[in-house]
Design a protein around this ligand. Structure first.
Ligand code: SAM
Length: 177
């Protein structure tokens, strides 16, 4: 009985943590679907020169795929929700890849000036809030890859539709491109 109450308490705590950070950021840790992930990777060039940033990395699936895609580049993934971040961190600890780092915190505090690629799957308000930061910090030639929600007012260099249930739109932008 005590064990059951403890397990129930832990489950409720986990749900509460995810719910609280979803309220704070407006974005739940919904992962990019495998089909969208494949479509995102297919939109990218085979080589890039410089670090990759994932803004809001959730459970880590997309960050792992990006790190495997670019094994010679550092991939820095930021997540502010404790449970998904801890899951992703444990996943990285036990399975790599070595060029991937999960950082706990608000990506608005990250310095993106050296980014070759920024990837995100957020919400329309979060994208609107992120846009001035991207415009202020990204160097010419940097790529921005978005799942579902576009950077409003920017012209994508490529748009693709993922073969998933939502027909998710994938947008690729090139700064100054
Ligand atoms: C829809 S999920 C996407 C997860 C992952 N990128 C993927 O595609 O599978 C969005 C994530 O962004 C995180 N997030 C939203 N705003 C954030 C912020 N300012 N700093 C760090 N993480 C944030 C949320 O906690 C959530 O886990």
């Amino acid at each position: 009985m005590v064990a059951e109450i403890a397990v129930l308490g832990l489950v409720l705590l986990a749900i509460g943590l995810v719910f609280f950070s979803t309220l704070l950021t407006g974005a739940s840790p919904l992962p990019t679907s495998p089909a969208s992930r494949e479509t995102m990777l297919a939109a990218l060039p085979s080589r890039i020169e410089g670090p990759v940033y994932e803004l809001g990395s959730g459970w880590g699936g997309l960050a792992v795929a990006l790190a495997q895609r670019y094994p010679d580049q550092p991939v820095r993934a930021f997540e502010v929700s404790l449970l998904p971040w801890a899951f992703a961190k444990a996943r990285r600890l036990f399975g790599g890849p070595p060029n991937l780092e999960f950082r706990f915190g608000d990506f608005h505090c990250a310095d993106l000036t050296d980014a070759a690629l920024v990837a995100c799957y957020l919400t329309p308000p979060a994208m609107a809030k992120l846009k001035p930061k991207l415009e202020a910090e990204l160097k010419p030639g940097a790529l921005v890859l978005c799942n579902t929600f576009a950077v409003r007012g920017w012209q994508p260099v490529a748009v693709a539709t993922a073969p998933d249930a939502y027909r998710s739109q994938i947008y690729l932008y090139k700064v100054g491109g």
